[in-house]
Design a binder for this molecule. Structure first.
Ligand code: RFL
Ligand code: PHB
Length: 402
């Protein structure tokens, strides 16, 4: 076994969590090495999230990674929810005093990669970590394979930024790790197209045929989703079938003006709620999707990845600068509090807007739920506060980050 390198923080995964953490730690003079299983093109080509909370935007600002987001991203002052033949608008500015920013995860990843390159951060692509050891010893070791060779990265700490299917979480002993999970009996079929967005603002639709979401990436690029069965495959959905079904589900005034076109990307994502506890074991920290998954209704996944990362960066900075371990000791508790809150909102929004079963009673409950939440000051405030994102607590100071 050859020892390849030693660093302060070994980061597994170059998705948004890994790239952002690398940048925030490097800014603070902490040495990092990033190991990523896929190629850079693959990572940058994945179409995923599209909505950034104001808090996430502020973290990207503090990382110096927000220049393009501020010029190309679009601020949305409201979000729309359609049900029972009508559309209700939640005024985010009025009820939460801030907008959200529509800017693709793909672009965030590209921006962070460019910064990391300027910082000369060592990012190894197409390198698969197979496990982590030494978590309760003097140094941690990440075991990985590069070009067929078995190597080790020795580090003070490991940041498990390797997503839901990564190896970090599995390195926590089974008698320590607790997991909480809910799978939903449906998925989202997403289509990206060079078409004018269905509406200036996002529209989440509860329809008796199933949920639909009209989202966007720019004034000329749409991202639309429909609820599909978990055993559906992309091949069974032609572009025409997708647009026809979307048109049936969205409000008539939206359907009438819907511009259709060939898909640039089409994929099906399962819906899942999942939380692992604790998010820290010895020298290992779980960050982003490696520690938790939310269903995409509510757009919280990427935002939680950003808030976990900001919290951990602050904690590690205090540790290296002042020997203050309070932040790393509190990271799991403080991050999990926000994760459970976002999980609750994503679960609620999913349950209120998707076709669940053929129970007419349940459908009436959804309508009355949406009627109350979109029709009262208290309800609108609750949706708006959660949609724009709850504050990010600094595990070191207890104040808001960044
Ligand atoms: P990622 O992005 O999954 O990155 C993990 C990286 O780790 C690598 N990896 C490994 N590398 C080395 N060795 C190993 N053994 C490895 N195992 C894995 C992987 O190749 C990968 O590059 O996790 P991260 O960084 O925590 O980021 C999380 C976000 O990507 C995710 O939460 C969001 O995309 C979720 N999400 C949304 N979030 C939002 O905030 N707003 C949205 O509007 C939103 N929409 C979505 C979404 C996710 C979706 N899908 C496909 C799951 C819409 C969809 C359809
Ligand atoms: C997206 O644009 O991909 C998107 C937007 C809002 C969501 C989920 C996904 O809740």
């Amino acid at each position: 076994m050859k020892i390849a390198a030693r660093t302060q923080v070994g980061i597994i995964g170059a998705g948004p969590s890994g790239l952002l953490l690398a940048r925030l730690l490097t800014q603070r003079g902490i040495d990092v090495v990033v190991l990523e299983r896929r190629s850079r093109d693959y990572v940058e080509g994945r179409i995923r999230a599209g909505v950034l909370e104001q808090g996430s935007a502020a973290v990207l600002d503090s990382a110096g990674a927000a220049e393009r987001m501020r010029t190309d991203g679009v601020e949305h002052d409201g979000v729309q929810i359609a049900f029972d033949g009508r559309i209700e608008r939640i005024d985010l500015q009025r009820y939460a005093r801030m907008p959200v920013i529509v800017y693709g995860q793909t672009e965030v990843t590209k921006d962070l990669y460019q910064l990391n390159r300027l910082d000369d951060i060592s990012i190894h692509y197409e390198v698969q970590a197979s496990g982590v050891t030494g978590l309760d010893e003097g140094a941690a070791r990440i075991h990985y394979q590069e070009a067929g060779r078995k190597l080790e990265l020795v580090c003070d700490f490991v940041a498990g930024c390797d997503g839901y299917h990564g190896v970090s979480r599995q390195s926590i002993p089974a008698d320590v790790l607790r997991t909480y999970e809910k799978t939903y009996p449906f998925g989202w079929l997403g289509v990206l197209s060079n078409t004018r967005p269905a509406s200036p603002e996002l529209i989440y639709t509860n329809h008796e045929r199933g949920f639909a979401l009209c989202s966007q990436r720019s004034a000329t690029v749409s991202r639309n989703y429909i609820q599909v069965a978990t055993d559906d495959s992309v091949e069974t959905w032609s572009d025409t079938a997708f647009w026809d079904e979307l048109r049936r589900r969205v409000p008539a005034e939206v359907a009438d003006t819907l511009q259709t076109g060939p898909s640039i990307e089409k994929s099906i994502a399962p819906l899942r709620s999942f939380i692992a506890e604790p998010l820290r074991y010895g020298r290992l920290f779980l960050v982003g999707d490696s520690g938790h998954i939310v269903p995409p209704t509510g757009a919280k996944g990427l935002n939680l990845a950003v808030s976990d990362t900001a919290m951990l960066a602050s904690a590690l900075k205090a540790y290296y600068a002042d020997g203050d371990a309070q932040g790393i000791d509190r990271y799991s508790t403080v991050a999990l509090k926000r994760v459970w809150q976002a999980q609750r909102f994503s679960w609620w929004f999913t349950m209120a807007t998707h076709r669940l079963a053929d129970s007419v009673f349940d459908q009436r409950m959804q309508i009355v739920d949406l009627d109350y939440f979109t029709g009262t000051e208290a309800g609108r405030t609750s949706i708006a506060e959660n949609y724009v994102g709850l504050p990010i607590e600094d595990p070191v100071t207890g104040h808001s980050l960044p």
